[in-house]
Ligand binder design. Structure first.
Ligand code: AMP
Length: 299
């Protein structure tokens, strides 16, 4: 089954303590779509400007990502720049230039409306609603977010949470939303906002799933060196949704394995600037790390 993904499609300029990388392919939808494409057909919704490099469109195509919902508009592509501190867990946004995103009205091609799996990757909650409004009875809807929307679009986000099956956020966003620092104590509060499933991401410490069957602790794949963690959260949820969409059987039966696949996909994302490493791996590379992670955590 296919996954429909809406989110940002961007150019990212990234500074790490070791290097500077101008105008890489970026955006939550880009990372999530590439990650999901290892498992299932992907339909991407987004907007880019006329300055968007052709080589990045080719990269989407190389991954078999369907682009009928990607608008190319006069003007500039959304441009985000950020800087990492020495420990790489801390990041500062230097600049956000909305460009063509300022007037973006996502339009779903008719053939996309009944896509069974829908990923509302990080973007303004109003746009996430707008896409969800155009879908027809999806089987499973996941939403991601960021601190910016908690600060400036909280009512829209709260309304969205009543419409989704899975909400994915990181520990600091969880603390901000629930006013509870302890993630385990925050989980029931997050469920009360609507979603049946909640995943709290803990960066290099993995993630926690909470759902009707209780908790599941998902480890991060241990990496000796992180080149650039940009997009790791998007690759995590993209890999997870791709894996869910690819298989038969119920969501509940596959969800724990889906987190493991998401975690392993995100690990590759961290190993190169932007999505450069992620775009060079194969399904076999992912399977090898899943096996290694299984061995590392079995007791
Ligand atoms: P992550 O590292 O998982 O938080 O995702 C980083 C990606 O988020 C980058 O590729 C950025 O282009 C994208 N991004 C940054 N700010 C925003 C924003 N305000 N809205 C949507 N996407 C954003």
């Amino acid at each position: 089954m296919s996954v429909l993904i809406v989110g940002s499609t961007a150019l990212d300029s990234i500074k790490t303590p070791r290097a500077e990388h101008p105008r890489l392919l970026g955006g939550s939808a880009s990372y999530a779509a590439i990650a999901a494409s290892f498992f299932a057909p992907v339909r991407m919704i987004g907007v880019v400007g006329e300055d968007f490099p052709k080589k990045y469109l080719q990269l989407y195509r190389k991954h078999g990502i369907h682009l009928d919902g990607l608008q190319i508009k006069p003007g500039k592509t959304f441009h985000w720049s950020g800087e990492y501190e020495a420990n790489m867990n801390r990041r500062r946004t230097l600049k956000t230039e909305l460009g063509v995103f300022e007037t973006f009205a996502p339009a779903l091609p008719a053939a996309y409306r009944a896509t069974p799996f829908v990923l509302l990757a990080n973007i303004a909650p109003a746009l996430q609603h707008h896409v969800l409004d155009q879908t027809r009875r999806p089987k499973f809807v996941a939403a991601d977010t960021m601190d910016l929307w908690l600060n400036i679009a909280l009512p829209d986000l709260r309304r969205l949470l009543r419409r989704v099956d899975l909400f994915v956020l990181n520990d600091s966003e969880s603390a901000q939303l629930t006013r509870e620092d302890n993630v385990i104590a925050a989980l029931p509060r997050l469920h009360r906002l609507g979603p049946r499933y909640v995943i709290i991401k803990l960066g290099s410490h993995g993630s926690i799933l909470s759902g009707p069957r209780g908790l599941f602790l998902c480890p991060a794949y241990p990496l000796p060196r992180v080149a650039d963690p940009t997009g790791a959260g998007d690759a995590f949820v993209g890999g997870l949704m791709g894996y869910l969409a690819a298989g038969g059987g119920g969501i509940e039966a596959r969800l724990r394995r889906a987190l493991i696949y998401g975690s392993v996909t995100a690990s590759f994302c961290c190993e190169g600037p932007g999505p450069s490493r992620l775009t060079r791996i194969t399904r076999a590379d992912l399977e090898r790390r899943v096996k290694a992670l299984t061995q590392l955590t079995r007791f």
